[in-house]
Ligand binder design. Structure first.
Ligand SMILES: [Zn+2]
Length: 280
């Protein structure tokens, strides 16, 4: 009988320990930020100020990794980086001492003050292009870098885009799979059922594919509006990424800045632009 009570009390104290750790407090603090953080909550205002005061982490954004085609417009050229330039840029980042960081780390840095490596960089890819897998991930692997792949789900398994297996493989090898809507319509145009079509369904589809929760989003064209932010938060998106426009002073977690690397830049030009864009 005594043994029974001893075992029971051990189990109860273990359960209590699990439910009262500091992790819970952190989650509650973060929760107030994610789900609103209005001025009535003093803590969340302080958290907002703290987030805004932190040094920005450089976030690079790539689209196509291929030679630009003859006669291609300047605009299209800015979305294509040649395989040799991409390889040179990854080598230069590594040679300069940069470490790749992922969105979980960025979130913990911004919200919970968890330290990052001394020279962090986030490497991101938009639009599901097949060469992001065959060239992008393969080059990054040489330097131990991991990246973030923002997938528009309509393109999965189409010619020249990534297959389901490739996306799963990226996730299994430590890269992060994130959402980039269903069909790349701009968020600023959404009404009614569009929110579920573009934000909920892709999240569910990708979560089923990779077997992990999906928490991060990139706005097509980097365009966002105020209406999008509660829709993202309600669906469990903890960070959302824009392009190089200004981040929002009220919603910095849902307006994380990124820099497109145009194919016209030299490797040194890319490094200089990165430092100039993200260093305050
Ligand atoms: Zn895109």
């Amino acid at each position: 009988m005594n043994k029974y009570y001893i075992i029971l009390s051990i189990i109860i104290s273990f359960l209590n320990a699990c439910s009262s750790g500091t992790g819970n407090k952190k989650e509650q603090k973060a929760d107030s930020l994610i789900h609103g953080g209005s001025a009535k909550n003093k803590n969340s205002v302080n958290d907002l100020a703290a987030i805004l005061s932190k040094r920005e982490v450089p976030v690079l954004c790539y689209h196509h990794i291929r030679e630009s085609k003859p006669g291609e417009s300047k605009n299209m050229k800015s979305y294509s980086v040649s395989p040799s330039s991409f390889a040179s840029q990854m080598k230069a980042l590594s040679d300069s001492g940069y470490s790749s960081v992922l969105p979980d780390q960025l979130y913990d840095y911004l919200v919970n003050n968890v330290e990052l490596p001394s020279k962090p960089v986030m490497i991101t890819f938009d639009d599901t292009d097949g060469e992001q897998y065959s060239i992008g991930a393969a080059e990054m692997q040489k330097f131990g870098f991991k990246g973030v792949f923002f997938i528009m789900t309509i393109s999965i398994n189409r010619p020249r885009y990534m297959s389901k297996e490739q996306i799963k493989n990226l996730s299994d090898s430590g890269h992060v799979i994130a959402a980039h809507t269903w069909d790349h319509h701009m968020v600023t145009k959404y009404q009614g059922a569009d929110w579920d079509t573009q934000l909920s369904n892709p999240k569910k589809q990708l979560e089923a594919l990779i077997g992990k929760p999906l928490k991060y989003f990139a706005y097509p064209f980097g365009l966002w509006n105020k209406a999008a932010i509660p829709e993202l938060k309600n669906r469990g998106y903890q960070l959302a990424f824009i392009l190089s426009s200004k981040r929002d002073s009220i919603e910095p977690l849902h307006t994380i800045r990124r820099m497109i690397v145009p194919g016209t830049w030299s490797t040194n030009g890319m490094l200089n632009a990165m430092r100039a864009t993200f260093n305050k």
